[in-house]
Design a protein around this ligand. Structure first.
Ligand code: A3P
Length: 291
């Protein structure tokens, strides 16, 4: 394992942030998988918490009907982060996890193809802008003065999560090894109800019309923003993780915010690299709300 500065830890070519539990990371491949485990896998800033919220709502009636107030991140904990005093392996089934792991560090047991993986992806320009604000907000990340500097870091893979191109390509090209569903952030945004139905079908969960209404209602951007359990409201404050007030984890939640941040030259540079790296990549990417 390489410590590449205070903020990033490199293990087998992949950058983790400083709250990753490195003991666990070194043993992810041998983590014992149960047949009913579900993993939400993403590159950072792609809609992880959104999918965690949807999974929690699908699996927990007390969440759907609002009788239980449990943080979504406690229902669907991060696989590779530290949770003092908790042993995520011993959670009751069905265990739901979120993770940014690259395909090659995922537990080998996931290849039994019974446990399920939901991979959420998002257009990388919006990810980059979201990540710029996020990493300046939280103390676990190195600050970056300008978008221009952040573009550099992002395109060099010098961030937690390493290169977006490698992450999505890796999972996509190895999709036949896993029982995996690819969900696009932008399609979830355009048709949340249809997306919830698609996810629940994949999970083999039968939901009533009323259940689906409850899930969709509690998974909208506006509602997640206003429900503390759904948006990390407690976490940064209680742990002194934020640099400044006023930025929410739920920042904008839109498609195409990159247009307000990238100059023409920055955008062209990004496009050039994207075209080289993603040549022949079949998954559709939506860059604009009108597409
Ligand atoms: P923005 O910074 O562009 O607003 P992650 O959970 O992977 O870190 O992703 C965070 C991004 O997902 C943030 O993007 C956040 O606002 C967005 N997001 C979270 N919940 C959402 C929802 N219900 N609808 C749309 N976007 C959501």
């Amino acid at each position: 394992m390489n410590n590449t500065g205070k903020y990033l830890f490199n293990f087998k070519g992949y950058n983790f942030n400083s709250i990753a539990d490195m003991n666990r990371v070194e043993n992810t491949e041998n983590f014992e998988i149960r047949e009913d485990d579900v993993f939400v896998i993403t590159y950072p800033k792609s809609g992880t918490l959104w999918m965690q919220q949807i999974l929690s709502l699908i699996y927990f009636e007390g969440h759907r009907n609002r009788t239980e107030k449990v943080d979504t991140v406690d229902r669907v904990p991060f696989f590779e982060y530290s949770y003092p005093g908790t042993d995520i392996g011993n959670r009751p089934s069905p265990r739901l996890f979120a993770s940014h792991l690259p395909y090659y560090l995922a537990p080998k047991g996931l290849k039994n193809k019974k446990a399920k993986v939901i991979y959420v992806y998002r257009n990388p320009k919006d990810i980059m802008v979201s990540y710029f604000y996020f990493s300046n907000w939280l103390t676990i990340f190195e600050t970056t003065d300008t978008i221009d500097d952040f573009i550099e870091k992002f395109l060099d893979g010098n961030v937690s999560g390493s290169l977006w191109f490698d992450h999505i390509r890796g999972w996509y090209e190895h999709r036949h090894d896993f029982n995996i569903l690819f969900m696009m952030y932008e399609e979830m945004k355009k048709d949340l109800r249809g997306s919830v139905l698609q996810i629940s079908r994949f999970l083999g969960k039968e939901l009533s019309e009323e259940d689906v209404d409850d899930i969709v209602n509690q998974a909208t951007f506006e509602n997640m923003r206003s429900i503390p359990q759904a948006n990390y409201a407690h976490v940064p404050k209680s742990q002194g993780l934020t640099r400044h007030k006023g930025e929410y984890y739920m920042r904008k939640g839109t498609i195409g915010d990159w247009k307000h941040h990238l100059t023409v030259a920055q955008n062209e540079k990004f496009d050039r690299i994207f075209q080289t790296k993603m040549k022949d990549f079949p998954l559709k990417i939506i860059w604009d709300i009108n597409e």
